[in-house]
Design a protein around this ligand. Structure first.
Ligand code: SAM
Length: 381
């Protein structure tokens, strides 16, 4: 069957690579979506093993929906009894673009919901209820230029919910973005990893999960496909057991630090909840005071941008980061994500790579700095 995997902007390539690794074929890259051909097994594997996936969707129909009547009629033509019963609950996620007849995305969702519940009422005398938070069936509706595609959502909750976040900090990073940054950096999980502004520990946890080849959803027990009539529990158990068997028995040093006591406390709780206490060491420390282990190693850091976290002198903070990297981190490769282009300039190092992406609504750059031991020329030679 055709499987569509949603992701975040600029993570499409790394997601396609991950999909190839779980045996997906005919992989096609779109905008924030990667599609492939696979079986039910791949649907389960995609949900359990893909680090850069947000949702795994199974498309069921596409048709014209230039206005609400056309949408209603075409949704009603689908036999919904194949996907749910009238005792189950339903939710519709919708995105509408370039289709002026739908002024609100929510309105399209409402029409689609009406078509489904009306079909059940007409055929069985009873209509299914809507549940926004934990529906039995989540339907995904996407309308672009009057062309609708309808899919059922095998993930249920978004896959950034890995079930290790005990509390959030002031600006926690989305887990899928954190995993995506690690994949984009090209780190293979075989050298020291450091996040010196680790906040609630997201990058450290995702790094440990990747380095030890632990399935990203090891702590999650709820997925949309479990409510489907065709749920194959034996196959699901096999998929989980196989993924867990592939866990590595050793891994690199993974270090996190932050100046904020409360963030470190939350990070430790999250690390414990993720079952990673033996794999990650964290400490409360200012970056300017941190003495790192000798390189080589990789740093991935998400400093304040002066957007969500007000910082007194953002320029001075970024200048300090650049100075520290130059003076203390020979042999390291450092990646910094930020939306603050002015502050980036204060780092005072020339990035060897720049990737444009988004952290939530904020347009950011993810920049790589190589800290050579000795001169750059000698290192290259
Ligand atoms: C955007 S948050 C990081 C969020 C983190 N990625 C997460 O997922 O929770 C930036 C962090 O940098 C920390 N920070 C700011 N200045 C610092 C400094 N000089 N040394 C160490 N940490 C610092 C803040 O305490 C904050 O936790």
């Amino acid at each position: 069957m055709k499987i569509h995997v949603k992701t975040l902007a600029r993570l499409e390539e790394v997601l396609a690579q991950e999909i190839a690794e779980i045996g997906g074929t005919d992989i096609e890259i779109g905008k924030r979506i990667v599609s492939f051909e696979g079986s039910l097994k791949q649907v389960y594997r995609a949900n359990y093993e893909l680090r850069s996936a947000v949702r795994v969707l199974i498309p069921i129909q596409s048709f014209k929906a230039r206005h609400e009547d056309e949408l209603y009629r075409n949704i009603r033509k689908i036999d919904w009894s194949e996907y749910m019963t009238n005792h189950q609950t339903l939710a519709i996620d919708s995105v509408v673009v370039n289709t002026p007849a739908f002024r609100h995305t929510k309105y399209a969702a409402l029409k689609a919901k009406d078509a489904i519940v009306d079909q059940f009422r007409a055929n069985t005398g009873r209509r299914p209820n809507v549940s926004v938070d934990r529906p039995d069936l989540r339907v995904n509706l996407h309308i672009n230029q009057g062309q609708a595609s309808v899919a059922i959502d095998s993930s249920g909750d978004s896959l950034h919910k890995r079930n290790y976040r005990t509390q959030t900090g002031p600006a926690p990073m989305n887990e899928v973005l954190a995993a995506g940054l690690i994949l984009l950096s090209g780190w293979k999980g075989d050298s020291l990893f450091l996040d010196p502004m680790c906040g609630t520990g997201t990058l450290c946890i995702e790094a440990a999960s990747y380095a030890w080849n632990i399935p990203p959803q090891i702590n999650r027990s709820n997925f949309g496909f479990m409510k489907w009539a065709n749920f194959d529990e034996k196959l699901w158990e096999e998929v989980k057991a196989k993924a867990q068997k592939n866990r590595k028995t050793s891994g690199p040093q993974i270090l996190g630090s932050d100046k904020d006591f409360k963030s470190i406390k939350i990070a430790q709780q999250n690390i414990d909840a993720a079952g990673m206490s033996d794999k990650i060491e964290i400490q409360r420390k200012k970056f300017e005071k941190l003495v790192p282990p000798e390189g080589p190693g990789i740093i991935i850091m998400n400093p304040p941008y002066d957007e969500r976290l007000g910082v007194e002198d953002i320029g001075a903070l970024y200048k300090m980061m650049g100075d520290q990297l130059k003076q203390q981190y020979a042999g390291y490769e450092a990646w910094i994500i930020s939306s603050n282009m002015q502050a980036f300039k204060q780092v005072g190092l020339r990035p060897s790579k720049r990737i444009k992406l988004y952290n939530g609504p904020l347009e950011c750059k993810f920049q790589k700095y190589e800290m050579y031991t000795g001169s750059k020329k000698a290192a290259k030679a």
